[in-house]
Design a protein around this ligand. Structure first.
Ligand code: GAR
Length: 207
C-alpha cells in the first residue's frame, strides 16, 4: 500500500569527521527513494569542524553544507544557539523534522536538546546502556565483553541516554584491538542507522 504523505520531512545531519554514517544515510535516502515514499529528504550537512572530510563528499553531491565552529564561540550555550540557527535555516520553513547526529563529537546543552525534543537522534558505538562516552571499543575489550556493537537512540539531556531505537551486535574476537573492533562495528552502523531512520520516517509519514 502506498504511504499517505502528510508533510515534508527535512533531515539535517551533523558530523565532526569522516562522515561515513552520513554517507550511508544519504545513499539510502536515494537508493530507497525516501522522497517519494515518505516525503523525506536530506536538507544538508553541518559540521563543527571545517576540516571534516564528510563536508566535501556532501557538497560534491550537491547537498547544502555549513560549518558552525565551536571554537568561534565562548560558551557551550553560545555555540548551541548558533548551531540551532544554522540547522533551522538549512531546513527552511518550520525547521527540521529530524536532526541526525552522525559522529558529531559535541555534548549538547539541555536547551538545544529540548528545542529538538523527539526529533534528535544519535548513533553511539556501544551496546548502550553499556559504555556511554568515549573509548567504547577499548573499554569493551578491557572488560572482557564477548559482544559489542552500536546503538541508535533518541537524544536526551543526559549523555548517551534516551530511548533505544535500534542496536547491532558484533562479536568481540580474541584478536581484536580497539581499531579492528571499531571497523567491524562501523560496518554495522552503516546498515543500522539508515534502517532506523527509515522506520522513523515511515511512522511519521503515516501520522
Ligand atoms: C561512529 O563510530 C559513531 O558511532 C561514533 O563516531 C564514529 C563516526 O564515524 N560516534 C560517537 O562516538 C558519538 N559519541 P563517521 O564519521 O565515519 O560516521
Amino acid at each position: 500500500m502506498a504511504a499517505s504523505i502528510n508533510h515534508q520531512q527535512n533531515i539535517v545531519i551533523l558530523i565532526s569527521g569522516g562522515g561515513s554514517n552520513m554517507r550511508a544515510i544519504v545513499e539510502a535516502s536515494i537508493r530507497r527513494n525516501w522522497g517519494a515514499r515518505f516525503g523525506a529528504k536530506v536538507s544538508g550537512v553541518i559540521s563543527n569542524q571545517a576540516t571534516a572530510e564528510g563536508l566535501q563528499w556532501a557538497s560534491d553531491r550537491g547537498l547544502p553544507t555549513a560549518v558552525c565552529a565551536h571554537r568561534d564561540h565562548a560558551t557551550r550555550e553560545a555555540f548551541d544557539s548558533a548551531l540551532l540557527k544554522t540547522i533551522d535555516q538549512m531546513a527552511g520553513g518550520e525547521g527540521p523534522h529530524w536532526v541526525v547526529l552522525a559522529g558529531f563529537m559535541r555534548i549538547l546543552t539541555p536547551a538545544f536538546v529540548s528545542h529538538y525534543a523527539g526529533r534528535l537522534v544519535n548513533i553511539h558505538p556501544s551496546l548502550l546502556p553499556a559504555f556511554p562516552g568515549l573509548q567504547t571499543h577499548q573499554r569493551a575489550i578491557e572488560m572482557g565483553c564477548l559482544f559489542s556493537g552500536a546503538t541508535v537512540h533518541k537524544v536526551t539531556a543526559e549523555l548517551d541516554h534516551g530511548e533505544i531505537l535500534g542496536q547491532a551486535v558484533v562479536p568481540i574476537l580474541k584478536t581484536d584491538r580497539p581499531d579492528t573492533l571499531a571497523a567491524r562495528v562501523l560496518t554495522q552502523e552503516h546498515r543500522l542507522y539508515p534502517e532506523v531512520i527509515e522506520r522513523l520516517l515511515a511512522s511519521a509519514s503515516h501520522a
